[in-house]
Design a binder for this molecule. Structure first.
Ligand code: ATP
Ligand code: MG
Length: 140
């Protein structure tokens, strides 16, 4: 499998509980390398742009308000099959369904406040990385 990059976000519920380091350890233990990272505060407008694909979903307002409710850590993860590998490390969207040992099983508070975001395909990963990072900010 090829080396890939994926976009990860440590969400406000996790930064609030000081879990950035524990979550990053999960990525690194799985063989994912953090090749870019910054802590930012999204506006509601920016969160709406980022999650535009979900704008018709009933939880869109709740999701975008939540993503703007506190700091997030946006990061680029690199590794073999990074998109799928990161999805495995994250676990299912709803922590009740997340496999033991995954980030969401251990840390997520609810289906909405679920600690991490990860790109769902290589093409989405390229778009999502470009949303937050310039090439100069990514050092593999
Ligand atoms: P993400 O895109 O954040 O990595 P995901 O791909 O596992 O998560 P999506 O279906 O893309 O899940 O949903 C995006 C986000 O919207 C979820 O991570 C969660 O924060 C929120 N969300 C999804 N379903 C619900 C729901 N039923 N109620 C509230 N929030 C939800
Ligand atoms: Mg998704």
């Amino acid at each position: 499998m090829a080396t890939e990059r994926t976009l990860s976000i440590i969400k406000p519920d996790a930064t609030r509980r000081n879990l950035t380091g524990k979550i990053n350890a999960k990525f690194e233990e799985a063989g994912l390398r953090i090749v870019a990272q910054k802590r930012i505060r999204l506006s509601v407008d920016q969160a709406q742009q980022f999650y535009a694909v979900h704008k018709e979903r009933p939880f869109f307002g709740e999701l975008t308000e939540f993503m703007a409710s506190g700091p997030v850590v946006v990061q680029v993860l690199e590794g073999e099959g990074a998109v799928q590998k990161n999805r495995q490390v994250m676990g299912a969207t709803n922590p009740k369904d997340a496999a033991p040992g995954t980030i969401r099983a251990e840390f997520a508070e609810s289906v909405g406040e679920n600690s991490v975001h990860g790109s769902d395909a290589p093409e989405t990963a390229r778009e999502e990385i470009a949303f937050f990072f310039s090439g100069l900010e990514i050092v593999g």
